[in-house]
Design a protein around this ligand. Sequence first.
Ligand code: MLT
Length: 268
Amino acid sequence: MQVKTVPTNQSSTLSYRIVGQGMPIVLLHGFPVSGALWSRVWGGLAENYTVIVPDFPGVGGSDVMPDLSMKKMADAVKQVLDNEGITAAVVAGHSMGGYVAMELVNTYPNVIKGLAMVHSVASADTDEKKEQRRKAIALIEKGGKDAFVKQMIPTLFSEETIVKQPDLIETQLKEALKTPAESLVAFYNAMINRENRVKLLQEAAFPVLWIAGASDNLIPKEKIMQQTILSSVNFVEVYGNCGHMAMLEEPDRLIMDMTDFLKYCFAE
Ligand code: MLT
């Protein structure tokens, strides 16, 4: 695996990992961590594909970007692809990473060979969700970052995972505590301000893979199911006993489902 950086057009640098050989897949991480989130699946995918895993601005090896938005994150991902000479890729987004993927679909539709929405949706925040995020921002800005992260991380996993794999939650907590308060706030503001991109699914010229967790409290499977009938080619997988974190809770199954999807996307 190589770690590389690319300058963005926001006078900052974006870090990404690249591993494997073959047709390209980009793995976009969710909140509140870095691309390391995908560490249990990138090896399996790299056996047959080139796997590219950026760190979004303000986490991992990437610089903070002022006035962060989904568009700026999508532009940064496009710069990574340009840096690698890649004109089309399958893009997989976990949760917030899926919101960025929808922005890529909006701005650079020709880049998308297939879209994998892992515990994610194309819609914008509801007013209630925006309010929750604003309360969290207020807590973080008052010095409550660690309290916020400690409360949030266990809610991302299913009861079964919490009982059977407590190490996963511990590791994820340590990872999330590394994220600076300013980055958490920047991500939340970008999520609050994101556009509703559901219409793009109706027009999608590419296949979509949907991964839902039967015990996902953050983006419930019912919400995902409503969007799985919008585009013309959908693959839908619901993971029982899985919360919001398939890449940690069910990595082998995710590698298998993504590999099947990749084969379909790149079959000519
Ligand atoms: C994520 O997992 O990326 C975020 O928590 C998603 C969200 O808050 O909408």
